[in-house]
Write a protein that binds this ligand. Structure first.
Ligand code: SF4
Length: 319
């Protein structure tokens, strides 16, 4: 008789968009059945009902995804606590405190797998990895093999995004009338269409080629951000600013769109910084979109249209 696999629920929110290859390979290799939360708009609506207004939209969205998994009756929900993935930077307090917030706001959840991601506590981390494997009846050697494989898949995926052949000298042979626009922001804001109201699709329909920070090799992001007079100590914000600086200086990029969240402290600071860098280095068209649950799709469409029109006018004037 086939043995029933235990189910682990993975919410498609926040750092899922950076590390989903790690999550999926690791849990698959230790013998878990993976259940993902529903990416639909209804999931976001569930979260909006639960969390106070002053919290940022990505966190509200994450609550919706966890509620969705609760309704799917999984054996566990994976909710890592991201603290530090490298020496000098950290994550915002809402990301660090998310497992505690969730436990306090949503009652009767399945057991949470709260893996602490902390660069400076490696021994604890490897013990935790082994304990997680134990929940799915996987042994020590298999647990570490699964983790190694997860990292390998993650690096392969990251490398596939950064096309080193076309960077940094030139992006592409841009077809006539196509615009190259860099869309910067937290990966969850860029890749979750429910948070950005289908921005990427709207841009593609307007003949725009989109470039995002994760297409830029990490060495370039680090070099660009290291040139700033002050170090940025939030990991994701450092990546956004480093990539933005590169895009601003790149001759093939026609404009920059920064997607920020209302009520996000880091976004309010780096939004100002990117705006300063645009004036300092490139004087390129720059659009800051601050999104919350009240942002309307029609209003967003109008702003994008106006922005694209402005870029085309600037290009025509300079050609
Ligand atoms: S970085 Fe900003 S948008 Fe992301 S979770 Fe923290 S406060 Fe929210």
């Amino acid at each position: 008789m086939a043995i029933m696999k235990k189910k682990v629920g993975i919410p498609r929110c926040l750092l899922y968009y950076n590390y989903y290859t790690v999550y999926e390979t690791f849990f698959r290799e230790i013998g878990a059945e993976i259940v993902l939360s529903n990416p639909a708009n209804i999931t976001l609506e569930k979260g909006l009902k639960l969390v106070p207004d002053e919290v940022c939209l990505p966190i509200k969205n994450c609550f919706g995804h966890i509620l969705d998994l609760k309704e799917k009756n999984t054996d566990f929900i994976f909710l890592p606590r991201f603290m530090r993935v490298e020496k000098h930077t950290t994550f915002c307090p809402k990301i660090i405190g998310l497992p505690d917030l969730v436990k306090n706001i949503i009652p009767n959840l399945p057991p949470l797998i709260e893996l602490d991601i902390n660069f400076s506590k490696k021994i604890k981390f490897y013990n935790d990895i082994n304990n997680i494997g134990g929940l799915f009846n996987s042994g020590l050697i298999n647990n570490y093999r699964a983790w190694k494989m997860a990292l390998k898949d993650h690096h392969a995926y990251r490398n596939s995004l950064t096309n080193k052949k076309i960077l940094p000298s030139s992006f592409v042979n841009t077809p006539a009338h196509q615009l190259n626009i860099a869309v910067v922001g937290h990966p969850y804001n860029i890749y979750d269409p429910n948070l950005n109201l289908d921005l990427m699709d709207k841009l593609k329909k307007k003949n725009v080629a989109i470039y995002t920070p994760d297409m830029i090799p990490m060495e370039i992001i680090m070099n660009e951000s290291n040139e700033l007079p002050k170090r940025i100590f939030w990991t994701l914000s450092r990546d956004i600013v480093g990539a933005s600086k590169y895009f601003i200086k790149h001759p093939d990029i026609d404009g920059i769109i920064n997607i920020a969240s209302f009520a996000c402290g880091p976004d309010s600071i780096i939004g100002e910084l990117i705006s300063f860098l645009v004036k300092e280095y490139g004087k390129k068209p720059y659009l800051l979109l601050i999104l919350d649950e009240h942002t309307g799709s029609a209003g967003l469409e109008t702003r994008i249209e106006a922005f694209i029109e402005m870029i085309r006018m600037v290009k025509d004037r300079n050609s």
